[in-house]
Design a binder for this molecule. Sequence first.
Ligand code: HMG
Ligand code: MG
Length: 300
Amino acid sequence: GLPSRVRIHEVGPRDGLQNEQATVPVEVKSEFIHRLREAGLETIEATSFVHPKWVPQLADAEELMPLLGDLPQDLRLPVLVPNARGLDRAFAHGCRHIAVFASATESFARANLNRSLDESLAMFEPVAARAKAEGLWVRGYVSMCFGDPWEGAVPPAQVAGVCRALLDMGCDELSLGDTIGVATPGHVAALLGELATAEVPAARTAVHFHDTYGQALSNTLTALQHGVTTVDASAGGLGGCPYAKSATGNLATEDLVWMLQGLGIETGVDLARLTATSGWMADRLGRPSPSRTVRALTGA
Ligand code: HMG
Ligand code: MG
C-alpha cells in the first residue's frame, strides 16, 4: 500500500543552488527559504558547512544562517557537515539538524571528500557521536546508490554496508542518493529489498532521485510502495552535484507534489505558492525551470 502522508525533504537551497552556474546573493537565498516555508515545506536543507573552495556557491553559509533566525522553531533547517570543523561552524549558528554525506562507492568518496570510503566513514563517526550527544538530529546521505560514473552499476550489498555503518554511528535517517539519475524502478525495488534483509528499515530511509533519464517519479512511487515515506526534492528541479559528472536535475518538488496530490497523499505543500516561488527563482537565475509541472502551471 501507499502512505497517507509523505514528508518532503526540500533540498533546493543546498543541492539545487550548489550546482547552479550563477552564485545567488545571500538575500535571495534567504528569501527563497522563507518562501519555501510559506509554501508549506517543513524540512528545508539550507546550506553546507564544507570547505568554501570546494563549493563556492555555498561559501556564504555564515552570512545566511543569521537571516533565517526569524523562522519558526518547528521548521527543520538541516545543513551539510563533513567533519569536526563543519560541526563547529554549525554549532556556532545554533543548527539543530545536520547531515553527513557518505558514498556507496570508493571513486565518489575520493572525488567528493578527498578520502577513501572507510576514511570518510571514520571522519563522520565522531561528528555523528558529538551531534547526537548534543541532541541534534542527524541524517546520513549515501550517494551513488544505483550507479557511479566511474564504477558503473553499484551492487545493493555494497550500499547496504554503508547504510548499516551510518545507522550504527547514530544517524536518525538515511537518504539513498541516485546522484547520476540512472535508477529504474526494478533496481529501486531490489535495493530496498536488500536493505530490508540488512535490517535497514524503510521507515528511516529517504530517497533522493535525480530526473536525468525521466525516471525520478516512477522510482519514487516504487519506493513509496516499499515503505519509504520521506522523499527528497528540489523546488523547480534546481541542481545536481558539482563533483559527479552528469549529475543534473534533482526531482522537482512540484512534480512530486503533483503526483502525490493525485494519489491523495498529504504533504502540507501549497502547490500554487511553491510554483510561484520556483518561477521567481528562475527569474533570479535567468533560466526557465526544468520542471514539467512548473511549466504546465505557469504556461512558461
Ligand atoms: P580536505 O582538503 O581533505 O580537508 O577536504 P582537510 O581536512 O585536509 O583540511 C584542509 C583545509 O580545509 C584546512 O585549512 C581545514 O581547516 C579546512 P588549512 O588548515 O589548510 O587552512 N577545512 C574546512 N574549512 C571550512 N569548513 C570545513 C572544513 N574542513 C576542512 N568543514 C573536505 C575535505 C571534506 C573538507 C572537503 O573535501 C569538502 O569540503 N568536501 C565537500 C564537498 C561537497 O560539499 N560536495 C557536495 C556534496 S553533495 C553530495 O555529496 C551528494 C548529495 O547531494 C546527494 C546526491 O545528490 O546524491 C548529498
Ligand atoms: Mg541531489
